[in-house]
Design a protein around this ligand. Structure first.
Ligand SMILES: Nc1ncnc2c1ncn2[C@@H]1O[C@H](COP(=O)(O)OP(=O)(O)O)[C@@H](O)[C@H]1O
Ligand SMILES: O=P(O)(O)OC[C@H](O)CO
Length: 525
């Protein structure tokens, strides 16, 4: 094995942490995955224990390293580690103790909907998206931090004392994995910072106008924000202070959806990928200038590999809040099947959705709709309806939202996508991917190796330490064994199904009205 180089990748998704070790051909040679606890303390709330995010990461590193060594490889050949993470999820800690001040509020959490309504009425609200790329919603970190500042005494006190540190999950993990207070590495990359609403997307710097809109003081400072550094850097992210890889550099960092675009070789403008994980996120490479959407999409940073002499690259994004999590809902809340992959079998017990449409709006509807007055709604139930119809409608919901996003993207970018690269847990379902192709009427291109998010993080780290030197060396990575799902349904039949979906979405609107909001009390902590 002498002379070989490997790169590790930490992938902290919404439901689990993974650590993978990739060889130079981009193949995973060892990996370990650990689920962590999902906390739903009230309707619409979703939290993670920030310390468990760290402990599950260390556990995965050590277990994957053991498997790597058992295969006869040497840990000293792991040249660097990259990190990729669920985005927007908001972590807070005390700068003097390094201790978390509250559970991490997860990106799916909708407790901030009243704050969002209040902010939308504030002067200057219409100027935010052109500056930061995101619409005001419950989704970004900014509104989650405001909620903590209003409702969590410890957070308020730390802010007043000038000791409040904010970080998305990348920042928190990098800080803790470096040893916390002692090394005090406090950084983020532009792909993650672009999900806060505080970063100017054109300059990749925090913007005073954005920060003051949210009424935050980062000057005194009461609130400490991490420094924004490139996504690939040999020195900015420090090194692992413990685990079997103690001393190994952390050299790359990308939000998970950006990482998946990189792992899908999405380096060329016009390339798009759709990742079906807990949520589903379509990113379309638009090149070196951001495109500010006027059709319900987000502008985000695809990657910043500036130390490699490249300009930062942007993407248009369509974010779907609920994808694989709807399959988990059928599994855990309704007890339809014991494991997620069984959803396909159940859906195949029927020939079609039997007239059922499931608007899976557990967190309202994100792109391109941004409806926060919708809750999950199943339409078209009759005495004929079987579990299989509901399973089918569940898979179809993500496919329909993907079509709505592609239609919006076509209007924003002025181009029609020719094929869609896919990955993520739910893309393992052949039925779901065939349905996707039928609904969007273009081929869906699924790689054999679907750990593209982790691969993207490994590429960012590998670039920084010279394991790979340019995109050309990556041309063949993950190119083997790709499968193309081609449309089998007629355009007319596909259009008919989509029309029913659009009708269901419109009919679901307005479920939660102001009266409900007044009656519903904000739960006390
Ligand atoms: N064969 C399958 N069919 C449909 N959904 C699946 C299948 N396998 C996994 N999933 C769904 O994929 C999700 C996990 O995907 P993953 O990419 O690991 O997500 P994350 O990175 O958000 O944690 C789960 O929500 C699960 O329900
Ligand atoms: O956990 P995933 O893969 O659904 O990704 C979460 C996203 O980063 C949220 O924006």
């Amino acid at each position: 094995m002498a002379g070989k180089s490997f790169v590790g990748a930490i992938d902290n998704g919404t439901t689990s942490t993974r650590f993978l070790i990739f060889d130079q051909a981009g193949n995973p040679v060892a990996e370990h995955q650990a689920e962590f606890k999902q906390m739903y303390p009230h309707s619409g709330w979703h939290e993670h224990d920030p310390l468990e995010l760290v402990s599950s990461t260390s556990e995965c590193i050590d277990k994957a390293c053991e498997k790597f060594e058992a295969k006869g490889y040497s840990l000293s050949d792991i040249k660097a580690v990259g990190i990729t993470n669920q985005r927007e999820t908001t972590c807070v800690w005390d700068t003097k103790t390094g201790e978390p001040l509250y559970n991490s509020i997860v990106w799916t959490d909708t407790r901030t909907h009243r704050i969002v309504h209040e902010l939308k009425a504030r002067k200057g609200a219409d100027q935010l998206q052109p500056l930061c790329g995101l619409p005001l919603s419950t989704y970004p970190s900014s509104t989650k931090l405001l909620w903590m500042l209003r409702h969590v005494d410890k957070v308020k006190q730390a802010y007043e004392a000038g000791r409040l540190a904010f970080g998305t999950v990348d920042t928190w993990l990098v800080y803790k994995l470096n040893g916390g207070l002692d090394a005090n590495v406090f950084v983020t990359d532009a792909t993650n910072a672009s999900r806060t609403m505080w970063m100017n997307i054109h300059k990749l710097e925090y913007d005073d106008k954005l920060i003051s809109f949210f009424g935050l003081d980062t000057k005194t400072p009461k609130l400490h924000l991490p420094k924004i550094v490139p996504s690939s850097s040999p020195d900015a992210y420090g090194k692992l202070a413990s685990t079997k890889l103690k001393g190994t550099k952390i050299a790359g960092c990308l939000g998970d959806q950006s990482a998946a675009l990189v792992g899908q070789n999405g380096f060329v403008p016009g390339r798009a990928k759709n990742t079906y994980g807990t949520g589903c996120f379509l990113l379309y490479n638009v090149g070196e200038k951001p495109v500010i959407s006027t059709h319900g999409l987000l502008a985000t940073v695809a990657y910043d590999f500036s130390p490699q002499g490249l300009k930062p690259v942007y993407a248009l994004e369509g974010s779907i809040a609920v994808a694989g999590s709807s399959v988990q809902f059928l599994r855990d809340n309704l007890g339809f099947f014991p494991t997620a992959p069984k959803v396909g079998e159940l859906a195949q017990t029927v020939d079609d959705n039997g007239g059922v449409v499931f608007v899976t709006a557990f967190s309202g509807l994100f792109a391109p709709y941004w409806y926060d007055d919708v809750k999950g709604t199943i339409w078209g139930l009759t005495s004929y309806t079987q579990k299989g119809h509901i399973a089918r409608a569940t898979l179809e919901a993500t496919c329909f939202q993907t079509k709505a996003i592609l239609d919006a993207m076509e209007k924003d970018a002025g181009v029609k996508l020719q094929e869609l690269a896919v990955d993520g847990g739910m893309s393992n379902s052949d039925l779901c991917m065939q349905t996707q192709s039928d609904i969007i009427q273009i081929p869906v291109d699924r790689p054999k190796m679907r750990e593209t998010t982790a691969l993207g993080a490994a590429i960012a780290a590998g670039f920084a330490v010279g394991v790979w030197k340019n995109f050309d060396e990556l041309k063949e990575v993950n190119s083997e064994g790709r499968f193309f799902f081609k449309p089998k349904m007629s355009q007319a039949a596909s259009d008919k199904m989509y029309k029913r979906w659009t009708k269901a979405v419109e009919m679901s609107k307005g479920w939660e009205d102001d009266e409900d909001e007044e009656e519903e009390e904000q739960p006390k902590l």
